[in-house]
Design a protein around this ligand. Structure first.
Ligand SMILES: *Cc1c(COP(=O)(O)O)cnc(C)c1O
Length: 425
């Protein structure tokens, strides 16, 4: 092979994987083991002291998970990645590495409902304060910056659907103030958007969704872009100060452009413990092998259905950036030219009651709280995922009473349209 880098389809299948050295197994084996035998006492000591890379215990590293980590790092264009138990664990460990009690971070106000809850409530226990800014108004992020701001957080394409974030505009602001930009790339996946190319510093994923892609495993990933210089920066003591538990090692100095990933692993996973089961890593790896094929079909199906619903008499509006009339169409063409993802919202003329009726009447669509399955899914956010929010919060988050969220699967679009038409009638 030449020096040319392999393409995305090739990386999705091969990055991080090789035939198993001892058995020749071509698929990545599931290393279903809690621990790993040391070569000798010196080897054990060097592993514990972070002087050598190797496996100790599957809470910290595992060879199946390592393939998944290398693969997502390659697909996103990052320096390293860490597989964790869920998307929420990825967000939590990321913030744990960045924040001290009393610190703040700025989050886009259009986010997955679970992230809004995590930030508003669970983080209070750690003394981490979220400050909300308007996804559609990058200047609102800059206005919210204070000396305690430690991160800016957004989604690339935002849940519950239809919002495309101007990542480069947020990155410009983050860079001006020397603050890392964290992008949740769950909805887009690296097939559609690679946030590091637009100036993100850290990418997080819920691998539960399109990466795994079959609705069968919970998992999460943190990807280090290798772009942020933590060394000597007192605002980030986890990375820039000597670690007493590792013989006063300074992670930023020892590990350079993958220090953030190391911090997630040797402090986050080691001390807090949300490790990904190797079996789930195996299933997510299998999913990623067909990610480019699946994502394109997801997007094509979603566009066909969004188009159909935009002309349906019971539907007040459709929020899908793939539609030429959509307010985010310009941003979608710039950031996500291959398609606008599979998750979008519609507003029903009949309001809350019509939303509840639609989810009850659909046959082929499953009524549940998930996205990114081969199967088409539907939910009425106001009565489920977003019900804890106040009414104004629901509306800001794009989850008003008339809103129904669809996650379009890989079925024949004609069958999905027939199901929707029958349920709306
Ligand atoms: C689902 C989801 C999460 C949380 O991930 P889990 O794997 O469910 O913990 C975070 N962000 C987005 C955008 C999601 O869709």
């Amino acid at each position: 092979m030449t020096d040319r880098l392999p393409g995305f389809n090739t990386l999705a299948i091969h990055a991080g994987a090789a035939p198993d050295k001892t058995t020749g197994a071509r698929a990545t084996p599931i290393y279903q083991t809690a621990s790993f035998v040391f070569d000798d006492v010196d080897h054990a000591a060097s592993l514990f002291g972070l002087q050598a890379f190797g496996n100790i215990y599957s809470r910290i590293t595992n060879p199946t998970n390592a393939v998944l980590e290398e693969r997502i790092a390659a697909l996103e264009g990052g320096t390293a990645a860490v597989a964790v138990a869920s998307g929420h664990a990825a967000e939590f460990l990321t913030m744990n590495a960045l924040m001290q009690p009393g610190d703040e971070f700025i989050a886009a106000n259009k986010l997955y409902g679970g992230s809004i809850n995590q930030f508003n409530h669970a983080y209070k226990n750690f003394g981490w304060n979220v400050v909300w800014a308007d996804t559609d108004d990058p200047a609102s992020f800059e206005r919210a910056i204070t000396p305690r701001t430690r991160a800016i957080f957004c989604e690339s394409i935002a849940n519950p659907g239809g919002v495309v974030t101007d990542i480069a505009a947020l990155s410009d602001i983050a860079k001006r103030h020397n603050i890392p930009l964290v992008v949740d790339n769950t909805m887009a996946t690296p097939y559609l958007i690679r946030p590091f190319e637009h100036g993100a510093d850290i990418v997080v994923h819920s691998a539960t969704k399109f990466l795994g892609g079959h609705g069968n495993s919970i998992g999460g990933l943190v990807v280090d872009g290798g772009t942020f210089n933590w060394a000597g920066d007192d605002r980030y003591p986890t990375l820039s100060k000597p670690r007493p538990e590792y013989a006063e090692m300074v992670l930023a100095e020892n590990f350079g452009n993958f220090a953030f990933a190391i911090a997630i692993r040797v402090l986050g996973l080691r001390d807090l413990g949300p490790a990904l089961a190797p079996f789930n890593a195996f299933l997510i790896l299998n999913g990623i092998e067909t990610l480019p094929l699946r994502m394109q079909r997801h997007c094509d199906n979603a566009l066909a259905i969004a188009n159909h619903l935009a002309h349906h008499p019971a539907v007040a509006w459709v929020s899908y950036p793939g539609l030429e009339t959509d307010r985010y169409h310009g941003l979608a063409r710039r950031y996500s030219p291959l398609g606008s993802g599979a998750v979008f919202t519609i507003g029903l003329k009949g309001g809350y009651e019509a939303g509840v009726k639609l989810v009850s009447n659909l046959q082929l669509f499953s009524h549940l709280a998930n996205i990114g399955d081969t199967r088409s899914l539907v939910i009425h956010p106001a009565s489920t995922t977003h019900r804890q929010l106040t009414d104004p919060q629901k509306i800001t988050a794009g989850a008003g009473p008339e809103v129904v969220r669809l996650s379009i699967g890989l079925e024949d679009p004609a069958d999905l349209i027939e199901d929707l038409d029958a349920a709306l009638a």
